[in-house]
Design a protein around this ligand. Structure first.
Ligand code: SF4
Length: 346
């Protein structure tokens, strides 16, 4: 999805879409989350103090290049970190419960029922030896106690809800018999089968053609409108962010560098990395030649000192090489982690 979708943007002064609960209530509240990958001979910090919140009915985008830690953060929420990963600090609150305090049995009871996740490459995430119907009926039995005819009817309803025509025929198909768009819809139907409060979507439109991407985005927006479903959407695509999200957090090298309502990010990006991502995207749209941000996301085991973005930043000064900038408020609902955001804003 590389269409601008600027007509979908809220104004700078409109931090939330209508319908999003603006009270202090949080569905998800991640504070200071630190994750290390520990191998026998080395330890690498892959998340270094991530803060992220989502209110009821809000769709929050997490954007950044590959290797920025977006997926690790999501896996930490659902308790599916790989065995080498250790949470070394922070909290992950789901309503009032710190998920990091739960044992694996308690976490299993929440995952897939109150919190669901859809993954990149849905065809590979669906069980290849089960039909769609069998997968849905099993999930409905585990989470809702439905079986037999009631489970079949509910499964067909879910498939119809996500826009799959002829649900009874889809129920009989195996994942390899589905197109990419159908597999993604089936995956979303599975994720919704337990009526979750929170949906984590990891690159939900990647590898789909533009028309199907647009349909999936419309489906996710419908789910929010109809069920007030809170969503965290991980993507590298600002087009998806523009069309789908209320607020966006920009991640780089295991940290959030900027966070703001979507309209604000597009109209007044404050961090040089965000500006670089947006200007690379604008060049693609104008067909004026793709020039990505110079350099690459650092290997996390060789994270630069100070600001992790400094080797790629044209505005870097001595302080940037020695001191790590912290997220600070630059405007209402807008935070930036950059030593020079004030000067650069002028
Ligand atoms: Fe660039 Fe320095 Fe800001 Fe980092 S802190 S983004 S190096 S100006």
């Amino acid at each position: 999805m590389e269409e601008p979708a600027t007509s979908m943007l809220r104004s700078v002064n409109d931090p939330l879409r209508p319908g999003v609960n603006s009270s202090g209530e949080r569905v998800l509240s991640i504070e200071g989350l630190r994750v290390e990958f520990r191998l026998p001979d080395e330890s690498t910090e892959v998340l270094c103090g991530v803060d992220l919140t989502a209110r009821p009915g809000e769709i929050v985008g997490v954007v950044g290049e590959s290797g920025s830690g977006k997926t690790v953060a999501a896996l930490a929420v659902v308790g599916l970190l790989p065995s080498a990963a250790h949470v070394s600090g922070g909290s992950v609150r789901f309503f009032n419960e710190n998920l990091l305090d739960l044992d694996s049995r308690q976490m299993r009871a929440i995952r897939g029922s109150r919190i669901s996740m859809i993954f990149q490459n849905p065809r590979a995430s669906l069980n290849p030896v089960f039909t769609v119907g069998r997968m849905l009926r099993e999930v409905l039995l585990v989470h809702s106690g439905l079986r037999g005819r009631k489970a079949t009817v509910r499964a067909q309803e879910l498939l119809a809800d996500v826009g799959l025509p002829d649900p009874s025929a889809v129920m009989r198909r195996y994942p390899h018999q589905l197109s990419g768009g159908m597999a993604q819809r089936a995956m979303i139907a599975l994720a919704l089968s337990s009526s979750p409060d929170l949906l984590l979507a990891d690159e939900p439109t990647t590898a789909l053609d533009v028309t199907i991407q647009h349909q999936i985005i419309q489906l996710l927006l419908r789910l929010r409108k109809r069920q007030n479903l809170t969503q965290i959407v991980i993507t590298h695509n600002f087009g998806v962010v523009a069309e789908l999200c209320d607020r966006v957090a920009v991640m780089y090298a295991g940290a959030i560098l900027e966070e703001a309502p979507v309209g604000r990010i597009f109209e007044a990006p404050g961090h040089p990395y965000t500006r670089g991502l947006l200007s690379a995207r604008a060049r693609v749209e104008q067909s004026s030649g793709i020039r990505s941000i110079p350099g690459q996301v650092p290997e996390l085991k060789n994270r630069p000192t100070g600001c992790s973005f400094h080797p790629r930043c044209e505005h870097a000064r001595d302080i940037c090489r020695v001191s790590t900038p912290r997220l600070e408020s630059s405007a209402p609902n807008h935070s930036i982690a950059c030593h020079r955001w004030r000067e650069l804003a002028q």
